[in-house]
Design a protein around this ligand. Structure first.
Ligand code: 13P
Ligand code: SF4
Length: 366
């Protein structure tokens, strides 16, 4: 029988080195029963313990293929939900700190999306003409909405492939919650900006006229990432003045203007690979989260490559940062004791529909 769970509080006073030893020991005891998945934005003291690291797409696939009894997700809430949905019933998905959410994901909720769908139906027949696409940075019930309405999930890696698929099905897309990923991907596909309209979820009819809705190819939810909105064109201009041969690479959650000015745009995995594969001695300006950029900066020194963070102010994903070695040690030692703490469990009714949209994404973007 499981003992009562170890309290979190004593772990708060452990220093990172103590935690490190305890995490290593717990991992060794648990062996193949546990897998730790780590998103690229995790701080180094957590990231070093990941059995697999990656962007959202890669980690979804790892979760779906994992045989471990426990999947400890060092990332944010929606990622641990995806792991629960895609893993087998008997597997357990764990988020070391339950307050690790995603502020962008919080900008869309089921009630608002259902209201938008209903309002759209006053102008067009959305079930006939609109494919709902949710960015993976969203609640499970929005993925379920997409599963129930012939829609699909996308990530920053496969957004274009998913949009191509969507336009083969229907003439329009409702894209939520990130306006920037939707707009940047649509622009890359040659869709004019005036056919990508912004749905302001606080306004009746999204603040759009009937004509704008009828003419739109992509209806973009007015959500954004608070980290990636810190990157500005002037930061790129300043870098180019100082480094005329330097290269700029950004995540597609950055604004249209920033992405247009960048030499490369792609997911966290793409950013890492592009810089790793670049010639020695090259200079890079990177528009994505600070922990990842700092790690790249240190790793690339050996190749004499310089890697700079785009914003002059320190901006990191504060929710990703909530996963610290103390919480990781706490959940792992509880598993050793036979206790599951911080399980993320999506109700089966929601999970069933969400799985349809997620599986569709995995099948389309093989
Ligand atoms: P990636 O899928 O590119 O890792 O992006 C996840 C994310 O939340 C970026 O802010
Ligand atoms: Fe969400 Fe932005 Fe953090 Fe990514 S960086 S997890 S989009 S808040």
């Amino acid at each position: 029988m499981a003992a009562s769970p170890l309290e979190l509080q004593p772990y708060a006073s452990l220093d990172d080195d103590d935690c490190r030893q305890r995490i290593l020991k717990a991992k060794q005891t648990l062996g193949e029963r546990v897998v730790i998945l780590g998103h690229h934005y995790q701080r180094d003291e957590v990231f070093e313990h990941a059995d697999f690291s990656g962007d959202s797409l890669k980690l979804s696939r790892e979760a779906a293929n994992s045989k471990a009894e426990f999947i400890v997700f060092c990332g944010v809430h929606f990622m641990a939900e995806v792991a629960d949905i895609l893993s087998r019933d008997e597997q357990v998905s764990i988020l070391p700190d339950l307050s690790a959410g995603c502020s962008m994901a919080d900008m869309a909720d089921l009630q608002k999306v259902e209201k938008a769908w209903q309002e759209l139906s006053q102008v067009i027949d959305p079930d006939e003409s609109v494919t709902p696409i949710t960015y993976i940075n969203s609640d499970a019930n929005l993925k379920a909405f997409c599963g129930d309405h012939n829609g699909v999930v996308c990530t920053s890696t496969n957004a274009q492939t998913i949009l191509d698929w969507a336009f083969e099905q229907r003439e329009k897309v409702l894209f939520f919650p990130d306006q920037h990923l939707g707009r940047n991907t649509g622009a890359k596909m040659g869709i004019p900006l005036d056919q990508m309209v912004e749905w302001d979820f606080d306004q009746p009819m999204g603040g759009l006229t009937k004509e704008q809705i009828r003419n739109a190819k992509i209806i973009l939810w007015k959500g954004f990432c608070s980290v990636h909105q810190m990157f500005k064109p002037v930061q790129i201009e300043n870098f180019r003045k100082e480094n005329p041969n330097g290269k700029v690479i950004s995540h597609p959650e950055a604004s249209y203007e920033v992405c247009q000015m960048s030499d490369y745009v792609g997911s966290t995995e793409y950013i890492i690979k592009t810089i790793a594969d670049a010639d020695p001695g090259t200079d890079w300006l990177v528009g994505t989260e600070l922990n990842l950029v700092n790690r790249l900066h240190n790793q690339m020194k050996a190749d004499n490559k310089t890697v700079k963070f785009m914003s002059p102010t320190v901006c990191m994903c504060s929710t990703m940062f909530r996963i610290d070695p103390q919480h990781l040690a706490w959940v792992l030692e509880n598993l050793v004791e036979g206790n599951v703490v911080n399980q993320i469990s999506v109700p089966e009714k929601v999970a069933k529909s969400a799985r349809v949209a997620l599986q569709r994404m995995l099948d389309i973007s093989k």
